[in-house]
Design a protein around this ligand. Structure first.
Ligand SMILES: C[S@@+](CC[C@H](N)C(=O)[O-])C[C@H]1O[C@@H](n2cnc3c(N)ncnc32)[C@H](O)[C@@H]1O
Length: 252
């Protein structure tokens, strides 16, 4: 009961902050899509997902088994993401993740020892990220340094980078905008498909890359699906290929 009261208070505060209507538990049945505080954290809940035709939930879980597995067995500093952003023995670049999403890439980079600023422009995704960070910080199962390496900002990365005169510029800007819509793309992965329903297509990826090139000190990295067009007409300095995607690396 006390737990429920805390969750309801959190829901009320979030609804006020985001100018959303707060629905009483009794009325929840009337809505297909809800943002709900549960014992497992803040979740997007779809009663009926159009594609899978099943109920679906989405939340940020930095303690999940899959992230834990990737952290422990993903190849450490030899994995493609680490090499792409410029991690080397004894070198941990500062990272500006301009497209934070569910924060998985940021989290992996932070767990490898990088300080990461994660920017997300969707208030809903930023709320999920904030909740995920708070739960991870309160957990005894996770090295506190990882969460201390992460800073979340709710903003549009283009306007943030264009107007940032006070912070030291990051070594690396990392971009993973929504993939162009394709039947074959990783968007078929359920969580990315649902995120797309909330944030739409990232049609300004080319602008994001241009601004990032003036903001990063050393390199800009763009994650793209295998076979996708470059984000702009500028060719990358080198490309790191993976099974279904690739990193286009622009050295400055
Ligand atoms: C494909 S997801 C990123 C997934 C992320 N790399 C991860 O590991 O979870 C793209 C995200 O970038 C965000 N985004 C795209 N353009 C942005 C911009 N200019 N500023 C801030 N966020 C942006 C979208 O709202 C979306 O949540």
């Amino acid at each position: 009961m006390a737990g429920n009261a805390i969750l309801l208070d959190k829901a009320a505060a979030l609804a006020k902050r985001m100018h959303l209507s707060q629905i009483s538990p009794a009325k929840q049945e009337e809505f297909n899509t809800l943002l709900v505080y549960t014992e497992k954290g803040l979740q997007i809940q779809l009663k009926h997902d159009r594609k899978s035709r099943r109920p679906v939930t989405l939340h940020v879980d930095f303690l999940s088994e899959s992230l834990n597995y990737r952290r422990q067995h993903g190849g450490g500093i030899k994995q493609a993401l680490a090499r792409a952003v410029g991690i080397k023995p004894g070198i941990r670049p500062t990272i500006f993740d301009a497209t934070a999403g569910l924060g998985k890439d940021s989290f992996l980079l932070a767990s490898l020892g990088c300080r990461v600023t994660m920017i997300e422009r969707s208030p809903i995704l930023a709320a999920l990220l904030q909740d995920g960070l708070e739960r991870a910080a309160a957990s005894h199962d996770l090295d506190k340094n990882i969460i201390n390496n992460l800073t979340l900002v709710l903003d549009d990365a283009i306007s943030y980078m264009n107007s940032d005169n006070k912070n030291t510029k990051p070594d690396t800007v990392y971009l993973d905008p929504m993939y162009p819509h394709s039947k074959k793309s990783a968007l078929n992965k359920q969580e990315m498909r649902i995120i797309r329903e909330f944030v739409g297509d990232d049609t300004d990826g080319d602008k994001l890359l241009q601004v990032a090139m003036n903001y990063a000190q050393k390199r800009v990295v763009v994650k793209r699906p295998k076979g996708a067009q470059l984000l702009t007409s500028t060719s990358p300095s080198h490309v790191i290929k993976m099974k279904n995607s690739r990193y286009d690396v622009y050295m400055l």
